[in-house]
Design a protein around this ligand. Structure first.
Ligand code: FPP
Length: 249
């Protein structure tokens, strides 16, 4: 458990690790800028970092990992940057799917894939395929938030429940937390225990607004492309030392 030097291995007590980790992968643009490169260069490096974090989560036996890949607000970025991100996404799902599937990873997309702009039909197909192909897998539950907004997710759930009331399937008083949670994109996943945000920003950016109610939060100045196993271990070590009270004393 003790850690003295930068290269020393971080020993984690697996029994204390979070079951469900969520990550806001921030800082790709700044990472690229520091190197005099375009923002898209940072996103490419971000995919490499993601690969390592997925593998390490799996190695550590973490049950669920939820990452924020693209928000409903990210469409406001330049056409060039959106295009590059969508290109990376397609490349990721075509190149990595076999390996993720072999490792038993179960992929779920959180967000409205059906409502993506025209021209992204190949991406949509790749996302649906990835979910269908891996849905019986029993390893790491990898959830990728894409065209995702936390407020939109809550409204979407409210609307689904309203429809059920309208159709006479349930009464308004049948709506409780369990039923509400059943309509969120994260239905059936364990509670989010730990939120990591890289690059020094301390805000939620419309991510998992309902699900983060009791999550422990962690922020680091490390930019996402530099967030490696060791940085992840440091975050997890900090989590294992937290005293979670869930509103109690
Ligand atoms: C935030 O950095 C990062 C994003 C908006 C995109 C994250 C996407 C990836 C890591 C790769 C794509 C994902 C998959 C699944 C292939 P920023 O651009 O906001 O950086 P900045 O705050 O420094 O400008």
């Amino acid at each position: 458990m003790a850690r003295s030097g930068k290269d020393e291995h971080i020993e984690l007590d697996r029994a204390l690790l979070p079951r469900h980790v969520a990550i806001i992968m921030d800082g790709n643009g700044r990472w690229a800028k520091k190197r005099g490169m375009p923002r898209t260069f940072g996103h490419k490096a971000g995919v490499e970092a993601l690969r390592e974090i997925i593998r390490h989560s799996d190695d550590l036996g973490i049950e669920a990992l939820t990452i924020y890949a693209f928000s409903t607000e990210n469409w406001k970025r330049s056409a060039e940057e959106v295009g590059a991100l969508m290109g990376l996404l397609l490349e990721y799902f075509t190149r990595e799917l076999d390996e993720l599937h072999r490792e038993g990873v179960r992929i779920r997309i959180l967000g409205d894939i059906g409502d993506m702009p025209r021209g992204l039909e190949r991406q949509q197909r790749a996302l649906y395929d990835a979910m269908a192909r891996t849905k019986e897998n029993t390893g790491l539950k990898l959830n990728i938030a894409l065209n995702y907004g936390g407020r939109q997710e809550i409204v979407h759930a409210a609307r689904a429940l309203a429809q059920q009331v309208k159709d006479g399937k349930i009464e308004p008083e049948d709506i409780d937390m369990a039923r509400f949670e059943g309509e969120l994109y994260t239905a059936g996943l364990p509670e989010v225990d730990f939120l990591i945000r890289t690059s020094g920003e301390i805000r939620l950016s419309n991510f998992l607004l309902y699900q983060l109610a009791y999550a422990e939060m962690y922020q680091t100045d490390v930019l996402w492309p530099d967030f490696d196993r060791r940085a992840y271990d440091e975050a997890l070590l900090a989590y294992t030392k937290r005293n979670r009270r869930f509103g109690g004393v």
